[in-house]
Design a protein around this ligand. Structure first.
Ligand SMILES: Cc1cc2nc3c(=O)[nH]c(=O)nc-3n(C[C@H](O)[C@H](O)[C@H](O)COP(=O)(O)OP(=O)(O)OC[C@H]3O[C@@H](n4cnc5c(N)ncnc54)[C@H](O)[C@@H]3O)c2cc1C
Length: 395
């Protein structure tokens, strides 16, 4: 099938890659590939430590996504991709004051209910494992299963694997009207350049970007400010674990990269400036310094802010919304972790394969605003075949 993916963030790129792997002719359109939320992301594959209360539908997706990651990366490497900065560095979740300890303990119970292995320890034991932790750390949990990738490297790797299949074009409209003088096609993606691209199936993975003809989704910008620090040679390695901290009720994380840099993030704000917010930077550095005092000696090499495509329940919005039109959006704080899983789900929808009904229901956009989605399929499994396969379309 000819498939056009709109949006080359991690979600669109992973989806196009998956479709190519399955033998489809998939191209991706984006005026600024991998320049959106995906450029800012820390790349934590934090299926355990991102387990939070009242997000029950999300938890199994995160667990499946974490399990699926190594296979996805192996296929990417085999297809000509390159290093993606995948590190099996364990994660330490640490607490500072009594309320932080209580929160951490409550989350550990929830995480263990989901089958996670959580190693609870005192602050002193945590310092034995990670000597750069400061005296303010009073308790910790070790989570061996939460790993990381470098999202910039991963996006570069996907772009390399997709090659000329990625075009620097902005989509402005999706329609079924065949432009004058062109061979008929099921769908057309009209470009800002004035050209139009034919497709059997269109996948809109535009994050916060809007395209006319794609039903509006309940996604909103959830801003994140994030810093990159270079650790001086004399202090390396400053950290050997990803450290996620609760510091008097606020969250901060420090992710050590192979190249000696450290990612410190991230704020979660629904408003404020559209660039890097001073107060967020101040809070991140102050809290990071409470947990790892040595960061005072590091060089700040980058500050960045990007809006995450937030969804009302923090769970992605994936589904067939019209004949031959699929959305993959709302990946919120988990897009790097969930991209390969989302890609597999979208590819299954394209091919009319059976999709776990619980998963289909958890992610279908109609769960919030049925009126916004013009043609909702109550059960994606059998109808998706009829809607998306060639015979269904001719009918
Ligand atoms: C500070 C920060 C830290 C994060 N850390 C993590 C983390 O550790 N782990 C994790 O799993 N997730 C993390 N995330 C979340 C993750 O980055 C997002 O969920 C993910 O990047 C969403 O990917 P996407 O492809 O949907 O969106 P985006 O990366 O925003 O991509 C959307 C793309 O669509 C393109 N586009 C928009 N409109 C059009 C159009 N009309 N035509 C063509 N192209 C268009 C844009 O140019 C853009 O490239 C973090 C996010 C932030 C901001």
């Amino acid at each position: 099938m000819r498939i056009v993916v709109i949006g080359a963030g991690v979600v669109g790129l992973a989806t196009a890659f998956e479709l190519r792997e399955r033998g489809h002719d998939a191209i991706v359109l984006d005026p600024n590939p991998a320049g959106g939320a995906s450029r800012a992301a820390a790349g934590m594959l934090a299926a355990v430590t991102e387990t939070e209360w009242a997000q029950d539908a999300l938890h199994p997706l995160m667990r499946d996504a974490a399990h699926a990651y190594p296979d996805f990366l192996a296929r990417l490497t085999a297809a000509g991709g390159d290093a993606v900065g995948y590190r099996e560095t364990a994660t330490l979740a640490v607490a500072v004051d009594a309320a932080d300890r209580e929160t951490l303990t409550g989350l550990a119970v929830l995480q263990q209910q989901g089958g996670a292995v959580v190693d609870r320890m005192t602050g002193s034991r945590a310092r034995e494992r990670e000597p750069s932790l400061g005296p303010a750390v009073s308790a910790a949990m070790g989570i061996a299963a939460d790993h990381q990738v470098d999202p910039r490297q991963m996006a570069a790797s996907l772009l390399r694997a997709l090659g000329a299949g990625v075009r620097r074009e902005q989509a402005v409209r999706v329609s079924t009207d065949t432009p004058i003088g062109r061979e008929p096609a099921h769908r057309w993606v009209h470009l800002a350049s004035g050209d139009a691209v034919p497709a059997d199936v269109v996948i809109a993975a535009t994050g916060l970007g809007q395209v006319e003809g794609v039903p509006a989704l309940p996604v909103r910008p959830v801003w994140g400010d994030i810093l990159r620090l270079r650790v001086p040679e004399a202090l390396r390695p400053l950290l050997t674990h990803t450290v996620r901290a609760l510091v008097r009720g606020r969250s901060v994380y420090l992710v050590p990269r192979e190249d000696g840099t450290l990612v410190v993030g991230a704020s979660v704000r629904e408003g404020g400036v559209a660039g890097v917010q001073a107060g967020s930077v101040l809070a991140l550095l102050r809290d990071a310094q409470t947990v790892v005092p040595g960061i005072e000696e590091c060089e700040v090499i980058e500050m960045m802010a990007r809006p995450r495509p937030g969804s009302p329940d923090a769970t992605p919005l994936i589904g067939v919304v019209e004949r031959g039109l699929i959305v993959a959006n709302g990946f919120d704080r988990h897009g790097v972790l969930l991209a390969p899983l989302g890609a597999r789900l979208v590819a299954d929808l394209v091919e009319g394969r059976a999709v776990d009904p619980a998963v289909a229901a958890a992610v279908h956009p109609s769960r919030f605003h049925p009126a916004d989605v013009r043609q909702v399929l109550p059960d994606l499994t059998p109808p998706a075949v009829a809607v998306l396969d060639g015979a269904g379309m001719k009918g």
